[in-house]
Design a protein around this ligand. Sequence first.
Ligand SMILES: CC(C)(COP(=O)(O)OP(=O)(O)OC[C@H]1O[C@@H](n2cnc3c(N)ncnc32)[C@H](O)[C@@H]1OP(=O)(O)O)[C@@H](O)C(=O)NCCC(=O)NCCS
Length: 147
Amino acid sequence: MSEEHLKSSNISFKELNVDDLLTREQIDAIQDEILEQQEVVVLWADKPLFTIGAMDGQQIAGLVQVAESGHVNYLVHPSYQQRGIATELLRRAIAQARKGDTPTLYATVKESSASEKVVLSQGFDLDESIAEEGYITTNLYSLRLQQ
Ligand SMILES: CC(C)(COP(=O)(O)OP(=O)(O)OC[C@H]1O[C@@H](n2cnc3c(N)ncnc32)[C@H](O)[C@@H]1OP(=O)(O)O)[C@@H](O)C(=O)NCCC(=O)NCCS
């Protein structure tokens, strides 16, 4: 989905200082709502490198966070999903990580999920299948940034 579309829906993107702008409780509240949709648990990084927010005015519509380990987590509030926000958040996170010295980005996603579509659209490759629970497989994807 194009950035123009995102602009027309008044979503803007900015780097967030999670400690200052977003409490753990606020992140958990967004996540709780998403978990009700039976999506995967988002594990926020212990050592975040940076966090980018998709903003609807002062409201956080979505977040992407890259950890020092290179692990990427992202989520979009249910009322803002399916508008290309996660795709744009990940695109921006990759661009920002390329400016630093993170060699590889990693994402853990459920097979055949919306989340998998997002990583595939940004060029991530399947690394390994890390867990199988019944018919649900969770995969580790990676994107090499530096040789
Ligand atoms: C996965 C998630 C981030 C997607 O956010 P989003 O902003 O709706 O994603 P986008 O709008 O960029 O959509 C990406 C693709 O997924 C598809 N998609 C998104 N939600 C979907 C849904 N509920 N059902 C089917 N397809 C869906 C979109 O149509 C799009 O497909 P396309 O590339 O063929 O057009 C969001 O559902 C979420 O927060 N899930 C819970 C957290 C999570 O799983 N995080 C990832 C692991 S770190």
